[in-house]
Design a protein around this ligand. Sequence first.
Ligand code: SAH
Length: 589
Amino acid sequence: MVTGNSVAAFYVTDKGSLLAHGIKGLYPDLTIMKFTKGAVRKAWSEEKVLIFIMAAGIVVRTVSPLLKDKKSDPAVIVLDEKGRYAISLVSGHLGGANEKAEEIAHFLGGKAIITTASDVNGVPAIDLFARAHALSIDDWKLLPRIGTRFINKGRLNVYADIEMRLPAGFVKVSDPASADILITNRRSLGPRRGLYLRPRNIVVGIGCNRGTSAEEIGNAVRKAFDEHNLSFSSIRALATIDRKADEGGVKMFARKSSLSILSFCPEELNGVAGISESEAAFRATGAKAVAEPAALLGARAERLLVEKQKIGNVTVAAAEIRGHAVRGARREEQDNLTPTGRIYVVGTGPGNIEHITPYAQRVIRESDVIVGYSTYVKLIRKMIIGKEVFETGMTQEIDRCRKAVELALGGKSVAVISGGDPGIYAMAGLVFQLLKEEGREPRLPPVEVIPGISALNACAAKLGAPLMHDFASISLSDRLTPWKVIEKRIDAAATADFVIVLYNPKSKGRAGHINKVRKIILRHRLPNTPVGIVKGAMREDEKIIITDLNKMLDYDIDMRTTVIVGNSRTFLWNDRMITPRGYEKKFKT
Ligand code: SAH
């Protein structure tokens, strides 16, 4: 299966070569090769899109022995030397040849030739429908037949035991026996040979003895699923106790089956009511049970689909995620048949997992890929065991965003994580800016921003209540903002008597900035104005200092520090920094 996004072009004549070089304007990374059968054979398995600038006949003869199926074949597009026609020849839908042909034709001012029936007739293609709804197709061989039936009859009977809106032409039926398409996690709903589409809505809870192999775990899950008439393709994730998430067998099984692992600590598992408990498990792990509560927590369900089955060294339980839109895709988005890929820009708070909102935690656990700056990724390490992770250094935000967009367009749900709040000096704005520039609407992946506790919340809480009145937050990083602008804002905030929160107060390259800022503030405020300095709030090495404008530079201030400068009325009481809101009079009466 081709996974890259690469494009290659083959030419025969000089004119063809010239046209290929022209197309580089559209695909800058385009590989251009002189046509030989050997080169095509090699490119077939390595490239995602193959463009041939030559007669269609040569292409047909060359690629026909290489064709496998529409899931794995690359997109093949044929162009005439003048670039008048871009023919989508192979892998029109899933491989994206139709779309690429349109793109190239548009770029060259030519015409795209599209022949796939569903596009021509304007009916939704079943494979795209399935992909847009994250349904996996059980039997690809049935697809052409059902597709033809759809085109001939103009409608299909669809049985779905999950809630979902169907596109025009899909008629909902309540009897599986009359259905052309069956959307269900049940393995079989009768003898009729319909096309089964599988929602990924089952979470499998797993417990196992130490050292159990991936194979044994896989067999146990399959056996339990067979006995309960459930489809293995409907498994969304595995769920287990935190220490098992790191077990070789569990990890290997998850990787082989492309499943993520949701892990829970004993306290979380013990908090689930109404499940059968095991003394042995409690003694070994501190959890009274593993498989059942993990499945329930993972699926956020109240009832089990499969109660605990003990099969050899493995215990298996399963629960169903209710509502198909587990990824939260909104209806109108689904109707547009946009891919289910989504970007979540998630705030992971100041440092430890307890200060991440439950919703953000869930999104992180459910996402296919985690994208983030390595420091923040490390802080949530325990929550993302077994997941695909794309980490980069601090200044590579744009690379991270690009990667996130690319993965989401490929159908993955991606959590772009940011420390603190993702919309405060962080990733959310960048993601939107990038999408705006890409301008590929309406195919852009949906984006959801999930707030987190920002450094200003965390640090203010540690200091007492310094932000009780109007405040301004100013970043001293001049990497993206000219220093003059920063100075001007400091001056304005100090003049207007705002409490001032200073983010990014210091780094190696600009040690003197904080002193300059202090001097500007001192033009408007007394030297004994309270100043709070908090380093690594809510992290293991947290340090809290309360001082004043006069002495603030005696303390260590670095890039993990936030500084809060009080206003003219901020006072200290019992080692706390408090800004009054103006209610004092009320207390006196
Ligand atoms: N999005 C983040 C801010 C990123 S800018 C948020 O909302 O908090 C990075 C700056 O945030 C750091 O230089 C520091 O000033 C501040 N910061 C982040 N985490 C912090 C913490 N745990 N304690 C103190 N300051 C922190």
